[in-house]
Design a protein around this ligand. Structure first.
Ligand SMILES: Nc1ncnc2c1ncn2[C@@H]1O[C@H](COP(=O)(O)OP(=O)(O)OP(=O)(O)O)[C@@H](O)[C@H]1O
Ligand SMILES: [Zn+2]
Length: 724
């Protein structure tokens, strides 16, 4: 058996109770292994055994059982515009219900004045109300019936009960009002979620729809999705670049804000990469497309954001668990409201029936607040807006849980090389111990450095080439992570690595030890070069801190976060760098496993700790952190794959924004939950005291949903790169 996953569009999926319908529809379907729901985008993800399940047939089954139209994403039906009835039907029937209700009211109050006999006016009014109930109930009653048959007591059943309860009491106008207002609340809810959906989607639509392709006859305009790798595309000054590619001709400043959030344009010329969605500056350029739009960086970002939005944040999971017992609880309260007072009246010898009627009406009002929609939508709409806003700013967050986690961080650990520093060390001094000259030291170090991926080794190799030193080939190369490397050149064994490494390997000599120890006081990092017989010399390299690092560290401190630098470098170099940048704490001479321990220690001592790295050689520490943050997503595929959060720009300045944004999102979630619960509590109390009527209850319920959605959409504004 093999597991497969399919995503379905479900029309009308925007609240917890549709989720319950879908779960029920799939409950005893064989071969289903997992379900995921994305309320904002109206998507359901199904993990299934592909030998037992066919997605298209499954969709048909779900549609039949839940009454919610379900089609696999990508199927032709999913792309076709939905039929009028499923787009506008709810609004239309609600409007019809409203008209009939108004007519019923008019007949009731003014029928007699208009010349109708009392009986005729009343009969006409009742008929009008019945019409209003029917129109308002076309959507509601079938769903309620389905739930009842499945023995589920959900909001549809409750509303239907409330309506027929009122009819049973002869209160036709009341029943019609409930049916109408229920339609109003459903349509408003659908509209507000649809609005959120559109706003979020628009935020991610940055690539233009067409491009100008250069062909033999000149230039033709084609749809972007028809571009292939190798096509030559003309991008005029001021236009958006339609596809990822490499510049063939022309130079220009390219505004990469759409991807990296950086507003200063970067200079680009022949041979440089450019990305779809970025904006060409003053020059006209010709580019060679590197592949179809689906493979472009922006498409990968959008896919990531979609996937992230479909996942659920922990708060969201807790709320939907809460919703599962919230509705039954309210039903019990409503039942008690309807039954206790008459029971009391019966025991005390009071008027049982009259008491029942009075309290039954209150119980119906209580039932209205049983709908947990506002509460259920409160979190995902905030999380999804938060994710979209971040993506717009060049911060790619792989899931709501990470956005939430960022908001809870107490400390941030930084890798040194490539993260706090530019990661482009230069050789500044070469020392030869006398067994050979400086060129020998460089030649051997370069040969070993060439074979590995370590920045220091690569920098040495580059330096040797710049000096036109002939670099031989090293064989049997082995890297010892965090320490150094060894290999053979012309069958002779050599080592390259930290001072500690050669000490531990017994390759150091007392005189050399003293000399190298002295050099370690100077800025930079020394790498020792030895043969199996003893040290040959050392090479000192200096890496510059990132220009923005000190300011970012200071800003993080102002936000109340602790900072710590983790490095494999020697203690003196580490201390000097930490002091220069104002980093709160530093740990040096760490092996990759020690970095993991340091993260664990920090988490235990100070609370959730994030790790910032370049995603290249710090994978274990990144994995150990509560949230891993990598920078340079545009240039490095590794960063894009490994981390929970990716700063697309190769720049630390988005970090403080990210922390503030995570906190703002958390605050928004809490606000929304408090708002949703608060309004319900108030209505509950008012209902029990007989102050709130059905109208107020339903309006308060819809109002809250609209409010939490509107509130959360404010987070989208944080995505505007212009705001700091
Ligand atoms: N492949 C290698 N080639 C040369 N030297 C190495 C190599 N691997 C490790 N070293 C030595 O060991 C030290 C620690 O290496 P490690 O890769 O753990 O950290 P780093 O590159 O100094 O910085 P950071 O830990 O901040 O990324 C380096 O400073 C270097 O002296
Ligand atoms: Zn030594």
């Amino acid at each position: 058996m093999s597991r497969a996953r399919c995503t379905f569009h479900v029309r009308g999926l925007d609240c917890e109770h549709e989720v319950a319908l879908l779960r029920a529809a799939l409950k005893d379907a064989p071969g289903i292994e997992g379900l995921g729901f994305d309320l904002i985008n109206g998507l359901m993800t199904v993990d299934y055994d592909d030998q037992r399940v066919d997605p298209a047939r499954l969709a048909g089954q779900v549609t039949a059982r839940s009454g919610l139209e379900t089609v696999p994403v990508g199927a032709p039906e999913a792309e076709a515009p939905p039929p009028w009835w499923s787009r506008r039907g709810l609004q239309a029937s609600t409007a019809a219900s409203g008209l009939a209700l108004a007519a019923g009211m008019l007949l009731h109050y003014f029928g007699a004045k208009a010349g109708l006999s009392d009986g005729a006016a009343e009969r006409a009014s009742t008929a009008s109300c019945a019409l209003a109930i029917a129109a308002g109930g076309v959507w509601l009653f079938p769903r309620a019936w389905r739930s009842l048959r499945g023995l589920r007591l959900d909001i549809d059943v409750l509303m239907t009960l409330a309506i027929f309860g009122a009819v049973a009491l002869g209160q036709w106008d009341e029943a019609a009002t409930v049916a109408f207002l229920f339609g109003v609340s459903e349509s408003l809810e659908a509209l507000s979620v649809a609005r959120a959906r559109r706003a979020i989607r628009r935020l991610l639509e940055v690539a233009p729809p067409t491009a100008e392709r250069i062909v033999a006859a000149g230039v033709e305009t084609i749809a972007v999705d028809r571009i292939d790798g190798g096509d030559r595309i003309l991008v005029r000054s001021g236009d958006q670049i339609p596809i990822d590619g490499v510049i063939l001709k022309g130079r220009s400043g390219v505004d990469q804000k759409a991807i990296t959030g950086e507003s200063t344009p970067v200079e680009r010329g022949p041979g440089d990469p450019v990305y779809a969605g970025t904006v060409n500056g003053e020059g006209t350029i010709e580019i060679e497309a590197s592949g179809p739009i689906g493979e472009a960086l922006i498409s990968r970002i959008v896919d990531q954001v979609r996937a992230a939005q479909a996942g659920r944040a922990p708060v969201e999971r807790r709320i939907s668990q809460f919703a599962r017992w919230y509705t039954p609880l309210v039903v019990v309260i409503a039942l008690l409201t309807a039954l206790l007072p008459p029971a009391y009246a019966w025991a005390a010898g009071g008027p049982v029936w009259a008491t029942f009627l009075a309290w039954f009406a209150k119980a119906l009002v209580v039932l209205v607040i049983a709908c947990p929609c506002a509460l259920v939508i409160a979190t995902p709409v905030a999380v999804v807006s938060g994710l979209a806003a971040a993506a717009r700013r060049g911060v790619l967050i792989k899931g709501g849980e990470f956005l939430e986690a960022v908001g809870r961080l107490r400390a941030l650990a930084f890798d040194k090389t490539g993260t706090l520093t530019l990661g482009r060390p230069d050789v500044v001094e070469v020392f030869a111990s006398g067994q050979g000259d400086q060129a020998d030291v460089l030649r051997i170090a370069a040969a070993l450095g060439d074979r590995g991926g370590h920045v220091l080794g690569k920098a040495i190799a580059r330096h040797a080439r710049d000096l036109r030193i002939d670099v031989p080939r090293a064989d049997d190369y082995t890297a010892i992570p965090g320490k150094g490397a060894q290999g053979r050149i012309d069958a002779v064994e050599y080592h390259l690595g930290s001072h500690r490494y050669i000490d531990e390997a017994g390759l150091c000599r007392p005189e050399f030890h003293a000399e190298m120890g002295e050099a370690e006081g100077r800025p930079g990092t020394e790498v020792a070069v030895t043969a199996a017989t003893g040290p040959l010399g050392w090479i000192r390299l200096a890496d510059r801190p990132r220009p923005e690092a000190a300011a970012v560290v200071a800003e993080l401190h102002a936000l109340g976060l602790r900072t710590v630098m983790l490095t494999g470098d020697n203690p003196r170099a580490a201390a000097a760098m930490a002091r220069e940048l104002g980093v709160g704490d530093q740990r040096s001479e760490l092996l990759p496993a020690d970095k993991v321990l340091a993260i664990d220690e920090y988490t235990a001592a100070h609370g959730p700790t994030g790790m910032v790295g370049d995603g290249v050689n710090d994978a274990p520490a990144l994995a150990a952190a509560r949230v891993s943050i990598a920078l340079g997503g545009v240039s490095s595929g590794a960063a894009l794959e490994t981390a929970d959060v990716v700063l697309m720009a190769d720049d630390l300045r988005q970090l403080p924004w990210l922390v503030r944004h995570g906190r703002a999102t958390l605050r928004m979630i809490h606000q929304n939950i408090a708002l949703a619960i608060g309004v319900k509590a108030v209505v509950l109390v008012l209902a029990l005291f007989g102050i709130a009527n059905m109208w107020m209850a339903i309006l308060a319920d819809v109002g809250t949903t609209l409010l939490v959605v509107a509130n959360a959409l404010r987070l989208l504004r944080a995505g505007d790169p212009a705001t700091r």
